[in-house]
Write a protein that binds this ligand. Structure first.
Ligand code: TRP
Ligand code: ZN
Length: 448
């Protein structure tokens, strides 16, 4: 899915970005350490909108062309497996781009008092050159200078912060591999707030100074959430965690940027569940990433079901049952009955509105179905396997594929190894069958 995202012929091992942002223009030097996986006379990087001044490959000036992507022609062909340093110098005024997956624009955005980037599945190409595919994760470091007094926040750990005549410089490092779309970036009046979870996970939040106390309240239990999820899924995969909360009207959403999930103020109305959702993505989506974007339910359904489990834990098991029932009603078309007149017609419309989560459409990748029908699939799997085997499946998934990638088929194989062919078929029905499967145990059936 998305032929334009990601490139073949090489793997990136490390990104080192050195950026200077003056409030309007971005000047950057990106150093990519990459190794060809085949002999290469040229290769593409995902990069758009900014001007490229020069490309240097292993110390030699390379030819390049810019159109939708950046095409690099090294002086001499590259040898398979021999790592090279590719240095791209660029500048320009970054901006957002339309989203290949639908919904709002992605990439570099203006916030009310600053700037930020959100890039799922595309968008990273608006501010640095990369191999923008979840299969190609790399370690990452970012040195960025911003106007004096502003703060720059990214993924990973803050290694350095200093004031110079030219502005304020911040150095962020991700020593665990990260996919380009998951790199957080925000520049603004951001206040740092730190704490430590009961089990010792360090929580480092940044709040836009305009975010009020009521909105900050929903982040108070993140330490407890990390420990709760670590108990269910296995150890938290990264060095630290935190939220990056930004005042913006442009993106009414949150994104699971690695180690530091990004939240726009409008999404905070969802309360604690959205905080739990983005945290759970650190295991499912960030540490274990999809092999292909068509596997996106592996991210969204797991985060959604984790969110429901947090609701069950914090508000009682009846609250979890309520989430399950309300998701089922949505998928049955309950909300459409008024406009269609009959439950059967509403159900037919809902089947069109919420296609099966295992085969999402490229132009509507984040359809509610990949969240809630997939979430129901996991709840049904839990009832089928029982808690002990169900959580063993989730832990095995998070452990075997930690810092890597995995596909829907690999998940189905794992389910089959724990629950036999019947459990696999049940999951296949939830993921692929056009009709909404019944949940007999809960007396939930599609309208007839
Ligand atoms: N993955 C996000 C979530 O937690 C949703 C999302 C997809 C998104 N693409 C985005 C959010 C782009 C912000 C920008 O459900
Ligand atoms: Zn999500």
């Amino acid at each position: 899915m998305y032929a334009g995202l990601g490139n073949s012929g090489y793997d990136v091992d490390h990104y080192a970005l050195d950026l200077d942002f003056d409030g309007e223009r971005l000047a950057g030097t990106a150093t990519l350490i990459l190794h060809p996986t085949e002999p290469l006379s040229s290769f593409y990087l995902d990069f758009t909108g900014l001007s490229v001044m020069s490309v240097v490959v292993d110390g030699e000036t390379a030819g390049f062309e810019t159109a939708d992507e950046l095409l690099v022609r090294p002086l001499l062909p590259l040898t398979e497996d021999r790592a090279v340093a590719v240095v791209v110098e660029y500048q320009g005024a970054p901006s957002s781009i339309p989203n290949v997956a639908g919904r709002f624009r992605v990439g570099w955005h203006k916030s009310v008092d600053g700037w930020f980037a959100l890039s799922e599945p595309a968008g990273a190409e608006t501010w640095f050159p990369s191999n923008n595919h979840p299969l190609d994760k790399a370690t990452f470091s970012l040195r960025i200078t911003v106007p004096a007094g502003l703060v720059a926040v990214s993924s990973g750990v803050l290694r350095e912060q200093k004031e110079t005549v030219g502005g304020s410089t911040f150095v962020w490092e991700s020593d665990d591999p990260i996919a380009p779309y998951l790199v957080a970036l925000a520049i603004g009046d951001l206040e740092r707030q730190t704490s430590i979870s009961g089990e010792g996970v360090s929580i480092v939040n940044y709040f836009d100074d305009d975010v009020g106390p009521a909105d900050r309240l929903i982040f108070d239990r993140q330490g407890e959430m990390v420990d709760f999820f670590a108990g269910l899924f296995g150890p938290y995969p990264f060095d630290e965690y935190g939220a990056l909360v930004l005042e913006t009207e442009n993106v009414p959403a949150a994104l699971e940027t690695q180690t530091r999930a990004t939240f726009g103020t409008q999404i905070l109305a969802l309360g604690e569940p959205v905080v739990a959702h983005e945290l759970a993505h650190q295991w499912f989506g960030d540490s274990v990433s999809v092999a292909d974007w068509s596997d996106v339910w592996l991210n969204e359904s797991f985060a959604t079901y984790a969110e429901w489990m947090w609701t069950g834990y914090s508000r009682g098991e009846a609250a979890l049952a309520g989430e399950v029932e309300s998701a089922y009603l949505t998928l049955s078309g309950a909300a459409l009955v008024d406009s269609t007149g009959s439950a059967a017609d509403a159900y037919q419309q809902a089947l069109v509105a919420y296609p099966p989560p295992g085969t999402p459409q490229a132009t509507d990748l984040f359809n509610a179905s990949v969240y809630i029908r997939g979430g129901l699939a996991l709840h049904v799997l839990r009832m089928e396997l029982g808690d002990q085997r169900f959580f063993a499946v989730l832990q095995e998934w998070a452990t075997t594929h930690r810092y890597g990638n995995a596909s829907t088929n690999q998940f189905l194989d794992l389910v089959e190894s724990f629950g036999g062919p019947g459990a696999r078929q049940l999951m296949e029905q939830w993921l692929f069958s056009p009709a909404l499967p019944p949940i007999d145990e809960l007396d939930l059936h599609p309208p007839s």
